[in-house]
Design a protein around this ligand. Structure first.
Ligand code: GLN
Length: 310
């Protein structure tokens, strides 16, 4: 057992002992049913070595982590034109907030809040039918993870459709400004299916390799180096909503969270890391997930702000 697997195993052990685990997302009923004591962690190194601990092979709802994959696909489809309809600034607001949209003419602050991801989905539907866009997403994450078993949890997608009143409000509001151009229900149905992707920590960390390795996954070019760098920058500044500054301060890695309790974090050139614990903090980010990443970075020195020899 090398140092890193000892570190990952130790962190998973420590997380079992933490009493205050946050609260599960209760506005999407199937997510409210996930046991609070789950914890998983997977670290995929640049050389392909994988270290896992806890419930690392149990699939969970990746929710907003899918916003990273959707952004990657939309940039591939329309390139920088995307930025005419969505911004690149942290919002400082909750993930499902509507407040900025009125004064900012229906243009969401960034692609990682709900409003932004709904626009990104609408952009994808400019060229594809919903079924094709969902199929493209599924093929993309399967290819990235090298795992054909990844699937969408239809129960979660249906529950989101039933309870998605805020998302419906956001989408309709943006439709009035013309930032969303397609049929609102089709856009939302596609967005909910992206959010309902079910993946394990191992699968997610494998899928994140292209962001760790300058746009390459397992040696294959997925996106350009420049694009990978830019997506990482957005994850650092916007990946945890109104908690993004604190995540950068404590962890110092590009990361994206989801209300299913997962976080994908990337140490460029070093490792792709996924953690999962369903209890959330006030901003809707995994409480133990952040704690585990903070300990990992403290013990490895992987923060991008750590001085490195050149
Ligand atoms: N599907 C969730 C929603 O739209 C995603 C939110 C999240 O993970 N932060 O509300």
């Amino acid at each position: 057992m090398n140092d890193l697997s000892a570190i990952v195993t130790a962190i998973a052990g420590e997380m079992r002992e933490v009493g205050s685990r946050g609260t599960v997302a209760d506005y999407i009923p199937p997510l409210a049913a996930v046991p609070l004591d789950k914890f998983g962690m997977a670290v995929v190194m640049a050389d392909g070595e994988v270290h896992v601990a806890g419930d690392a092979d149990e699939a969970f709802s990746i929710q907003s982590i899918s916003k990273v994959f959707a952004l990657t696909l939309a940039l591939g489809a329309v390139g920088d034109q995307l930025w005419e309809r969505v911004g690149r600034e942290p919002s400082g607001s909750a993930f499902n907030s509507i407040v900025q949209l009125e004064t900012e003419h229906g243009i969401p602050r960034n692609p990682f809040i709900n409003a932004g991801a709904i626009v990104v989905t609408d952009v994808l539907l400019g060229r594809l039918q919903p079924r094709e866009a969902i199929g493209q997403m599924l093929r993309f994450v399967r290819e990235l993870a090298g795992d054909e078993s990844i699937a969408i949890d239809e129960t979660v997608a249906a529950a989101e459709r039933e309870t998605g009143f805020r998302n419906r409000a956001l989408a309709n509001y943006m439709r009035a400004f013309g930032t969303v151009r397609g049929d609102v229900e089709l856009v939302l149905g596609t967005y909910f299916h992206f959010c309902a992707l079910a993946m394990s920590c191992r699968q997610l960390a494998l899928a994140g390799r292209y962001l760790m390795d300058g746009g390459r996954s397992d040696g294959h070019r997925i996106i350009s180096e420049k694009r990978a760098r830019r997506i990482n920058a957005l994850m650092m500044s916007c990946g945890h909503y109104d908690n993004s500054g604190d995540f950068a301060y404590r962890i110092g890695l590009p990361g994206k969270s989801g209300v299913g309790g997962g976080i994908l974090a990337v140490a460029p050139g070093i490792a792709s890391v996924a953690v999962w614990s369903p209890g959330l903090n006030e901003s809707g980010n995994s409480r133990l997930g952040q704690m585990a990443l903070e300990r990992l970075v403290q013990r490895t020195g992987w923060s991008v702000f750590e001085p490195r020899a050149i």
